[in-house]
Design a protein around this ligand. Structure first.
Ligand code: ZN
Length: 263
């Protein structure tokens, strides 16, 4: 590493330390957050320290706003930021550089969508959303659903991880169920394995079988990736039982064992 890089690395570290100091998370608030959302704890003290640091950086870099007069409290911001940082614990916050804003609704947002029926007739239908992600942001979340995440984790459901999995998937502009992969993972292999599991999952859902994953994952390969990611972080054993191959892919992507913690 040359002198310039040394200086730059030093500057980078100092700038980050300043950002963490600007947004320190008080001990009580942090402990409260871990208690409310137990799946945030991996049991590894180093992971927990890294999660807390990333959460501070996330709060420093992203902008929260409340819809319909909702006031964003520190508890709410930390709850969302910590859950959003869980998937990028190893890869770092750079993976979320593509957006800045997070809009929090008090409950599910009602949006109007156009649907084309089998006869080609366009209908305007109302849809209720607990979250939504569009490329470049903002990320929309329903606070009622975020708040319930501690309890809904037992069903493998987590709206924050779901939406941020979409952010990762969309990093290359394509909602194809494949995020930007590190060099050790092959995209053709990833897509082949994901599609194989997705086809089987669609068959199970079509046959109305009981599934370990949310049947919503059968609405598209991008939703399958998001739903599998939620389950990976909240009910990993369920994902391993249902789709061991997908579990292996997500584990290699989210938690590369040889990786050093990202920024
Ligand atoms: Zn989705």
């Amino acid at each position: 590493m040359g002198l310039w890089q040394d200086l730059r690395a030093g500057w980078h570290t100092r700038r980050e330390a300043a950002a963490v100091n600007r947004r320190p998370i008080p001990d009580k608030l942090w402990r409260r957050t871990l208690k409310r959302f137990p799946f945030l704890s991996t049991g590894d003290p180093q992971d927990e320290q890294q999660l807390r640091r990333l959460t501070s950086l996330f709060l420093d870099r992203k902008e929260f706003s409340g819809a319909h007069g909702l006031e964003i409290t520190d508890d709410m911001a930390v709850a969302i930021a910590a859950q959003a940082c869980l998937p990028v614990l190893r890869m770092g916050l750079g993976a979320y550089d593509g957006f800045v804003g997070i809009v929090v609704h008090p409950g599910q947002a009602v949006v109007q969508r156009e649907r084309v029926d089998d006869d080609g007739v366009v209908h305007v239908v109302e849809e209720e959303l607990s979250g939504e992600t569009v490329q470049g942001g903002p990320v929309m979340l329903s606070w009622r659903d975020v708040r319930a995440s501690g309890a809904t984790a037992q069903d493998g459901y987590n709206v924050v991880i779901h939406e941020f999995a979409h952010v990762l998937d969309l990093a290359d502009g394509l909602p194809d169920g494949c995020p930007l992969l590190p060099p050790q993972l092959s995209k053709p292999r990833w897509l082949a394995d994901m599609h194989k599991a997705y086809d089987e999952f669609c068959r199970q859902v079509g046959a109305e079988e009981d599934t370990e994953l949310d049947p919503y994952g059968a609405t598209g390969i991008d939703e399958f990736f998001a739903v599998a990611s939620e389950t990976y972080f909240t009910q990993p054993d369920a994902l391993r039982r249902a789709f061991a191959q997908v579990y292996g892919l997500l584990d290699a992507y989210y938690r590369p064992s040889a990786g050093t913690p990202g920024e």
